[in-house]
Design a protein around this ligand. Structure first.
Ligand code: SF4
Ligand code: SF4
Length: 96
């Protein structure tokens, strides 16, 4: 199991309320808001961390670049380079 899979497993093993807290905490580390593809619709809905949560077809429909390869959270988990554009292409596990 790699670092990303371990993180997902750890979150799944938490209680529902701790899962929500963990996701919010990881969202704070997500840098999608610096990406030209990110938009107000996604921001208003507090939608980010797409590597974990998967694509967001409601808000994001056009690729204008992707900052995932430079994301510190992604780097710490050894993801974001081979797979990225998670908001449009699906989450890390989905893309594998
Ligand atoms: S890899 Fe991309 S989607 Fe995942 S936390 Fe970083 S910027 Fe957000
Ligand atoms: S997942 Fe990648 S392409 Fe989508 S908003 Fe985040 S940084 Fe940009």
């Amino acid at each position: 199991m790699d670092k990303f899979e371990q993180l997902i497993q750890d979150v799944l093993n938490m209680s529902e309320s701790d899962q929500k807290k963990a996701v919010e905490s990881y969202k704070d580390s997500c840098i999608c808001q610096t990406c030209p593809t990110y938009n107000k619709c996604a921001s208003d809905a507090n939608e980010k961390l797409f590597c974990v949560t998967g694509k967001n077809a409601d808000c994001i429909t056009e690729l204008r670049g992707c900052e995932c390869p430079t994301c510190p959270l992604a780097k710490s988990l050894d993801v974001g380079v081979i797979n990225n554009t998670y908001c449009l292409s699906g989450g890390e596990l989905e893309q594998r």
